[in-house]
Design a protein around this ligand. Structure first.
Ligand code: NDP
Length: 500
């Protein structure tokens, strides 16, 4: 605190003490009656009651930090994105990593998917990468998103996490089997943010100014190596230090041990998508590496803790709809729904002017005079500039004329929406195909001694809580479709555990 700073009320009035209420003294001089004129007391209490903003309905428990994204190479052959057009080009970054289901005060070593909200403050506006630490997802139809999340949270009557409804949802919506297998593997309990990978999951597009595009998936691989807790370790730490993951990363950055991730893309031509083995808009599927190898595009390093958690991290909002020229959405229906739902959540949680909050604000000049007013407008609100489009009195200037470049540079997101309809035939219907990639993952887990056994133990810990024998049998059958041996062993171990 600087030497010339002194305490005032929130309205600026200098005040002698911040810890004394104004009372009308009693005769003994030992106390007295409170007065409504005590602005300081009333404001202090009233502000305290309003300190909390709505907690995120998902992704409430989090840690965040600032850092830098550095482009690995000139990627202008595949995208016009400015932050990727020169090797070594640096853009500031904000990262927020969270569990999904549990509340803000919950243990961060709980078995859960971990969300990865990353804002790249590029020189052409902000790009949000709203990823997970898993390459696939539980659903592929966005209408199921609220149901899926509720089934992972608390029971409406008991207010307890409930394995019955968790497994009831997943047996009824078995397209999540690939993600379930990841969740109950060691990667369901990562050792820390520093030791997990993150994946776009969705297919996105890299676009170019000539109107062409390529489909991409993004992978961020930890340079610290993937490390996980066992179920026993995660449970013990949840009791001893429920904020373990926050502490681990905060302290590492304070020690100047800066964690970093290599950033890769898989790149697919639109024509390849039309005949590809897998529907690229189905986020329960990956693109196998042998078909689409990883190409390195950059590196991300975290190097600064937040100055204030609420201002920097809690007020941060991330949305896949926050994009820059050269980067675009695909027709994945879950992604399309998220493009609406995430900014809508920010408007509810933070208000309609959430983009102006310092942590969310672009680091380039913003001129968006056709979004005006609203609660908590705290810039100049564009003064007297026209608040309607196509004014002849004060015409709006656009990028090409200001920058002196070709009008083609106007080809931002909208010029690239030439979707390939043939690959978008889309269904929630389950087929044997849905079990092919999980079966491959099961085999991959088998290459690491003890991992398959740990998956079964992790599943037993949850499935044994299911009261209905019929529902348990359905869970065994679901995993049996991945691998018969897995289904049989899960049944045997779970029923034995229940019998004890
Ligand atoms: P590869 O045979 O080329 O590589 C093995 C993959 O297994 C690696 O990508 C590794 O992920 C992943 N893996 C290892 N342990 C786990 C785990 N506990 N949970 C999730 N993934 C794990 O893979 P393919 O591309 O041929 O795909 C085979 C299977 O690997 C897929 O069905 C999918 O389940 C999984 N996978 C595939 C990814 C992809 O984009 N192709 C990405 C991640 C997983 P990583 O390299 O990221 O550490």
């Amino acid at each position: 605190m600087s030497a010339d700073k002194y305490y005032t009320l929130a309205e600026g009035c200098p005040f002698a003490s911040s810890s004394t209420a104004v009372l009308m003294r009693n005769r003994q001089g030992t106390g007295g009656l409170g007065l409504l004129q005590d602005t300081q007391l009333i404001e202090t209490l009233a502000h305290f009651s309003r300190e909390r903003i709505p907690e995120r309905v998902v992704h409430a428990k989090a840690i965040g930090a600032y850092g830098v994204f550095e482009a690995e190479a000139d990627c202008s052959d595949i995208t016009s994105a400015s932050f990727l057009n020169k090797a070594g080009k640096k853009s500031p970054v904000l990262l927020r990593v969270s569990t999904v289901g549990p509340e803000s005060g919950s243990a961060d070593t709980s078995r859960d998917v971990h969300g990865w909200g990353m804002k790249i403050y590029t020189d052409e506006g902000n790009l949000d990468w709203v990823f997970n630490n898993t390459p696939v997802f539980f659903i592929r139809d966005p209408i199921k998103f609220p149901s899926m999340n509720r089934s992972h949270k608390r029971h409406p009557r008991s207010h307890l996490p409930d394995a019955n409804m968790f497994w009831d949802f997943h047996v009824g919506n078995p397209e999540g089997i690939h993600q379930l297998l990841v969740l109950f593997s060691d990667r369901g309990t990562p050792r820390s943010v520093r030791f997990l990978n993150s994946y776009s999951g969705h297919t996105y597009k890299f676009t170019k100014e000539d109107g062409s595009f390529k489909y991409i998936k993004i992978h961020m691989k930890t340079q610290q190596g993937v490390k996980n807790f066992t179920r026993e370790e995660a449970t013990k730490i949840a009791g001893e230090d429920p904020d373990y993951m926050i502490r681990d990363m905060f302290e590492a950055i304070e020690r100047k041990e800066y964690p970093s991730w290599d950033v890769f893309v898989q790149v697919m031509e639109p024509s390849e998508a039309e005949t590809y083995r897998w529907n690229i808009f189905d986020m329960t599927k990956v693109w196998p590496h042998k078909d689409f190898p990883l190409r390195k595009i950059g590196k991300m390093t975290l190097n600064q803790n937040p100055n204030n958690y609420f201002a920097d991290i809690e007020q941060a909002s991330f949305s896949p709809s926050t994009m820059v020229p050269g980067f675009s959405a695909s027709a994945d229906p879950v992604l399309q729904a998220r493009l609406f739902a995430y900014p809508d959540a920010a408007r509810y949680r933070l208000g309609v002017n959430y983009q102006q909050l310092p942590t969310n604000a672009a680091k380039v000049p913003v001129y968006c005079p056709f979004e005006r007013d609203g609660k908590m407008r705290f810039d100049g609100n564009y003064g007297g500039d026209p608040n309607y489009v196509n004014s002849s009195l004060q015409p709006t200037k656009y990028y090409p004329e200001v920058k002196g470049v070709s009008p083609q540079s106007l080809a931002l997101h909208t010029e690239h929406e030439k979707w390939v309809g043939e690959v978008s035939t889309y269904t929630s219907h389950i087929t044997d195909d849905d079990f092919v990639q999980p079966a491959e993952l099961w085999d991959i887990l088998g290459r690491e001694p003890g991992h398959q056994e740990r998956v079964i133990e992790n599943l037993v810990g949850s499935v044994r809580e299911v009261k209905s024998p019929n529902l348990r049998n359905e869970v065994y059958a679901l995993f049996g479709r991945v691998n018969q041996d897995l289904g049989a062993k899960l049944k045997q171990a779970t029923e034995a555990a229940i019998g004890k």
